[in-house]
Design a protein around this ligand. Structure first.
Ligand code: LLP
Length: 420
């Protein structure tokens, strides 16, 4: 058993759907990101079922994995997109996504990004400060347009997750304090370049319980009612992303757990006419991918055994950045006695580790799959130590599609110049 249902052992070899990861490593070399198309579809299906008969727009939080093939898959399944930059906008437009299903989040939108999003005609700007409201109104007015806006409010709830990925508490940089929200909405209503359409929040990531969402929802509903009493009527409520996945033994809430509860509360308050927007990232892609890597050396010193592999923190920064746990599976497990290893990369940093204290039977040349690497893996990859970013493959049944080749070494420096 692995944490991800689309990666299973077959005749003693770990497979992605119907393809052996050992064969994929031979064909495409390592390190390699391998995604399962069916896993993407199944993750989407959970949101589709949860949304059935309800006015819900799912906007994939594409920062989790923005490969065009992944975006295209979700677009074809009916997804909208949550973008946070002009670059992400360019990607969704490149796959022909419908801008009317795109919401634009982020604390630091630049003028060119606002212009591009207005030009494209996005559904909504999720605005995070008064200064941003002013700028957006001016940019829209100068273009002869009106910008649809939500305010991202900070409901000050504890998402019970890692501090780096918890965003709904007072002390972090995101959103507008909920106590100030009415006043800021009233100000927004006076700005000529804006049209108020919704309310937005995002309380954090890798959330495993429904209660933080419901705490936030209570506060948001109170705000919606106060706004209505001031003549400000909203069309949608965006609850952000954040549903967690199983990395080890978590049992995260499902989209149905969330939406069943949310619509129950909306009904109690006679607010069913509100459209609900969600911005899931990790839960749509996280367990659809693995990072495949080969053991270069085994090294034993007094205190530790190390498996030095060809993937590194530049390919998967989550362990060192968040102390995140990713399961590690031997692609062809050996029957020999196992030892406890730290799985580390070749980068010249002590922080370059992918997993610690894992019991494995290993030999040089063995393949390992670092599980749950479909989200925030490639998108956070860098070229540190002049390491080309790894290739990405999507497996569909027994067919592999190379959706991004390994970067050519020369491309890492070919646009650089030296001084005369
Ligand atoms: N919407 C907004 C406004 C966000 O900031 C995020 C993620 C999402 C949606 C999607 O959240 P998700 O459903 O994936 O939890 N790099 C970290 C995660 C950072 C999340 C940033 N915001 C990690 O590797 O755990």
């Amino acid at each position: 058993m692995t944490v991800a249902p689309h990666f299973k052992f077959n005749n003693g070899v770990l497979h992605a759907e119907d393809l052996s990861l050992a064969e994929l490593a031979d064909t495409y070399d390592t390190p390699l990101y391998v995604y399962s198309r069916q896993a993407l579809r199944d993750a989407w299906e959970a949101y589709r079922i949860a949304s059935e008969g309800r006015d819900v727009l799912v906007c994939y939080g594409m920062k989790a994995n923005s490969n065009l093939a992944v975006l295209n898959e979700f677009k074809n399944l009916g997804s909208g997109f949550d973008i946070v930059s002009g670059g992400e906008l360019a990607r969704v437009l490149a796959v022909g996504a419908d801008p009317a299903k795109v919401v634009f989040s982020g604390v630091g939108k630049q003028v060119w990004e606002m212009k591009a999003a207005l030009e494209a005609g996005v559904k909504c700007f999720n605005v995070e400060s008064e200064a941003e409201l002013t700028r957006l109104s001016e940019v829209a007015q100068a273009m002869g347009k009106v910008a649809p806006v939500s305010l991202r409010v900070n409901p000050d709830v504890d998402a019970k997750t890692h501090p780096y990925i918890s965003t709904g508490l007072k002390e972090n940089k995101f959103g507008i304090a909920i106590e100030k929200a009415v006043q800021v909405y009233q100000h927004a209503a006076t700005l000529p370049g804006l049209n108020i359409v919704g309310l937005d929040c995002h309380i954090g990531s890798q959330i495993t319980e429904v209660s933080p969402y419901l705490d936030a929802l209570d506060k948001l509903i109170a705000l919606i009612k106060t706004l209505a009493s001031h003549g400000i009527h909203l069309k949608h409520l965006d609850l952000g992303g954040g549903i967690g996945i199983r990395y080890t033994d978590e049992k995260p809430l499902t989209p149905s757990d969330l939406l069943d509860q949310v619509f129950k509360v909306l009904r109690q308050h006679q607010l069913e006419s509100l459209q609900i927007v969600l911005e899931p990232g990790r839960s749509l892609v996280g367990n659809a991918g693995v990072l495949l890597t080969r053991v270069e050396y085994l090294k034993h010193n007094e205190a530790k055994n190390f498996a030095i592999v060809d993937a590194a923190m530049n390919d998967l920064v989550r362990p060192t950045l968040y102390d995140a746990w990713h399961s590690v599976e031997a692609v062809q497990p050996r029957q020999e006695e196992s030892s406890v290893y730290d799985i580390v990369g070749p980068i010249c940093e002590s922080g370059d580790w992918l997993a610690r204290d894992r019991k494995l039977a290993l030999q040089q040349g063995d393949l390992l799959a670092v599980m749950s690497a479909g989200a925030y893996a490639f998108t956070m990859a860098s070229q540190y130590n002049t390491r080309p970013r790894a290739a990405e493959v999507i497996v569909d049944g027994a067919t592999a599609h190379l959706v991004r080749p390994r970067e050519a070494l020369e491309s890492l420096y070919s646009s650089e110049t030296v001084l005369k």
